[in-house]
Write a protein that binds this ligand. Structure first.
Ligand code: GLN
Length: 298
């Protein structure tokens, strides 16, 4: 542990905020960084009252905090990777560049799953199986495990490095008994669950390949393309999930994924054409963008 004087930290804080603005980065990220690394609260940062504290406890000396901030500015490394941390729903999750940083808009997918269960004939008992395909950091699997505490959650990812992060998150949150992890592609490792699954929830890669280079440098230079690139029209993996999932779901079982703005009609048509789904419903995120699509297995 290190002690930094309030005055010194305040001086650095002012400078860092100016640099953030000059580099088109939200200065709020500095508050976030200092809340993770030091004992400061968001209130003392906002009121700037910490400048009068004689010493502030910090996991890192000030020069290391400065080096991290320089990395943020020069390499456009997302702040969540800098501190290997993201807050998502009520979880504090570890993230590394092996996993996509869970986005705030994805948080709603768990609430939609909960609502969908209320409208279905699914019985919330011990024999329930839920699946998170392409789990990444494990965020969705963890959200499901918390909300469906009786169920077994099966989390799949093709990246062994991502699975390591997801498993660590499950251990840290005490949810490892509820989640089984598998390395593989989509449903492939789960053949034993055919006809037994109550719900599939996924945030698959959905960005068209040609759009990827236009994303922010934070995303395109640092986040795993495996988690972003959905092929020519962005729908390659979604088409696969539409086709294969009916073999796995129970009757009345839930099919729920995140999509990109503008994909809702195409995905709804895929589901309708497949013929084994009913009640296809589109849900907006908090910005009013069509972000999620839900269907039930006939
Ligand atoms: N929401 C992510 C982004 O904006 C994309 C996630 C995905 O492809 N599933 O970059």
């Amino acid at each position: 542990m290190n002690n930094i004087s309030g005055r010194k930290l305040y001086y650095w804080y002012q400078k860092a905020k100016k640099l953030a603005v000059a580099n088109n980065i939200d200065p709020g990220e500095i508050d976030w960084l200092l809340q993770i690394i030091t004992s400061l609260s968001s209130l003392s940062l906002r009121l700037e009252s910490f400048q009068h504290q004689s010493s502030i406890v910090s996991q890192k000396p000030l020069w290391e905090i400065e080096a991290l901030w320089q990395k943020r500015l020069q390499e456009r490394l997302p702040v969540q990777y800098l501190v290997k941390t993201v807050f998502w729903r009520h979880f504090k999750l570890k993230v590394t560049p092996a996993v996509l940083i869970p986005r705030p808009e994805t948080e709603l997918i768990i609430d939609i799953a909960l609502e969908a269960v209320k409208k279905s004939n699914i019985i919330l008992d011990k024999n329930q199986h839920w699946v998170d395909l392409g789990t990444g950091s494990g965020a969705i699997a963890l959200g499901l495990a918390k909300s469906f505490s009786q169920a077994t959650i099966h989390a799949v990812d093709c990246s062994p490095d991502a699975l390591e992060v997801a498993q660590e998150n499950a251990d840290n949150l005490g949810l490892n008994k509820n989640i089984c992890f598998y390395q593989g592609s989509w449903w492939h490792p789960l053949a034993f669950l055919q006809g037994k699954v109550s719900g599939m929830v996924s945030n698959p890669p959905y960005i068209p390949t040609s759009v990827i280079p236009q994303l922010q440098p934070e995303v395109v230079n640092h986040e795993p393309h495996l988690a972003l690139d959905g092929g020519n029209d962005g729908l390659d993996d979604i088409r696969h999930l539409v086709q294969v999932t009916p073999e796995y779901l129970i009757s009345g079982g839930i099919w729920l994924i995140e999509i990109m703005a503008g994909q809702h009609n195409a995905v709804a048509n895929l589901l309708k054409q497949q013929g084994k789904y009913y009640d296809v419903t589109i849900f907006p995120d908090l910005n009013g963008i069509e972000r999620f699509i839900l269907a039930y297995r006939r």
